[in-house]
Design a protein around this ligand. Sequence first.
Ligand code: SF4
Length: 126
Amino acid sequence: MSDFKYSFDGSACASCGGKCCTGESGYIFCSIAELQKICEFLKISFNEFTQKYVKKVGYNFSLIEKRYLDGYACIFFDTETKKCGIYDVRPNQCKTFPFWDIYKNEENFQELLQQCIGIKVDKKYS
Ligand code: SF4
């Protein structure tokens, strides 16, 4: 993750309340292989799983969202525990957060800083 000017302290997630899984509407993109993994984890048929939890976005697939507070949450965000309900099989998009190329853009990075308390800016940049 050396191209990024920050590191990430995952222990901050315990007190965050899941801001990266909630808020404004967005997409949680999944490959077919990732969808299959989640489906196996949930022990339901692929057909039922895709009908209930997946939407097509152009040629891609995203998990759907649900209303939460004054915005949205990923359908698999557990609003009681404030944790991912499919953590072990969450898609790569979630696993790689907050090391996304869009955060190399300064404006996006400033938004990330507001959102994620786990971001630790490297000393040479702060
Ligand atoms: S799959 Fe899990 S980690 Fe990813 S957005 Fe949904 S609740 Fe969050």
